[in-house]
Design a protein around this ligand. Structure first.
Ligand code: SAH
Length: 338
């Protein structure tokens, strides 16, 4: 039985048409779930008893659970327990421009990036759409405020769970749903090229971020196994096509790993790679974790790297750091809590 929070409005309309009810019913249900936040069918007035009965029979209305919440200045980390006992995390951040949430897309991850804590647990399964949607509903309920921005940058590779994550975006972007603007939604991928192409056609208004982390294949192969499947050249071509078709700017994430990808040479090579591309680069100070040997680049070198990109006309920022005290920072989220 499908969970009701997995169904985009279009599909729900088809459901109601199929059971000989009105298409409009889907909008009504969406308004109960996502506007009025009424989750108990008994409390949905204006819906006839026979339809209520049918919904109860055809859909699961259950929720994932908040198991633990940890707080630091400007950040809250939530540990969720799924109905099969698996665990995932999401992170809420307070910015001057609003409130953002970083959601997980899988339990574990198969991409195997050498520097990432989240990927030490291999993928157990994809998250269902409702499990991602409910991360938002439950956190909004907890803080009693609306979330303005969503990034799919938690545990997992969203493009390795494409269909469920795209339905998630449909639901949160729907004006009758959670109604978060496309330009306030960002999907981050390690570079699964065929899915970048699909995404270009399906969601031209949603932001795309690429975890690049290296200026050439030699370095990228060492730290990101996906790079063996899709060479940098192929990846860059898919991104250039994305920009041509959507007219949108792409974000490149670049973790600074000491003596791996952070030399002045790398900065020059990166500048050449990105020259003329409508993008900006987000330099991420690496968050060291106990289990992984990489070191964070010293502040001086991050600044030198930044300067070289700037001088070469590349838009670049150094990512503001959040949440390292509660292990809520990039690459620190985990599915297994041991
Ligand atoms: N799989 C997707 C979504 C995860 S995004 C992707 O790779 O884009 C998580 C981001 O945090 C990625 O850019 C990832 O490379 C980065 N990251 C992973 N480990 C990190 C760490 N220890 N410190 C800082 N950033 C890290």
């Amino acid at each position: 039985m499908k969970n009701i929070f997995s169904i985009p409005r279009n599909d729900l309309e088809n459901y109601f048409i199929n059971i000989n009810d009105k298409k409009f019913r889907a909008t009504q249900i969406f308004e109960f779930l996502y506007k009025k936040r009424i989750y108990d069918i008994n409390n949905m007035n204006n819906i006839g008893n026979n339809i209520k009965e049918k919904l109860r029979h055809d859909f699961d209305f259950s929720f994932i659970k908040i198991k633990l919440k940890q707080e630091d200045k400007d950040v809250k980390k939530y540990l969720f327990e799924l109905s099969d006992g698996n665990l995932i995390e999401s992170v809420l951040m307070y910015h001057d421009y609003g409130i953002s949430i970083c959601v997980s897309s899988q339990v574990g991850c198969n991409m195997g990036c050498a520097f990432c804590e989240s990927g030490r647990l291999k993928k157990i399964r994809n998250l269902e759409t409702y499990e991602v949607v409910q991360q938002i509903l439950l956190i909004e309920n907890d803080i009693k405020e609306r979330i303005s921005h969503v990034v799919v940058m938690g545990i997992g590779e969203p493009f390795d769970n494409y269909d469920n994550i795209m339905n998630f975006i449909r639901i949160i972007n729907d004006p009758k749903g959670i109604d978060i603007g496309a330009r306030h939604i960002t999907v981050s991928t390690c570079g699964i090229v065929p899915k970048i192409k699909e995404f270009t056609n399906d969601f031209s208004q949603v932001n795309l971020a690429i975890s690049l982390h290296a200026p050439n294949d030699t370095i990228r192969n060492k730290i990101m196994p996906i790079s063996k499947a899709y060479k940098l050249n192929e990846l860059m071509n898919s991104i250039k096509d994305y920009i041509k078709i959507t007219n949108r700017r792409v974000t490149f994430e670049y973790i600074m790993l000491e003596n791996i990808n952070d030399t002045n040479e790398c900065a020059k090579e990166l500048s050449n790679l990105l020259k003329g591309i409508n993008c900006y680069v987000n330099l991420i100070p690496y968050n060291e974790t106990e289990n992984i040997g990489f070191k964070r680049t010293k502040k001086m070198q991050i600044l030198a790297f930044y300067d070289i990109l700037k001088k070469n006309g590349i838009n670049v920022t150094i990512r503001k750091e959040f949440g390292s005290k509660v292990d809520a920072a990039c690459g620190q989220l985990r599915s297994n809590q041991n």
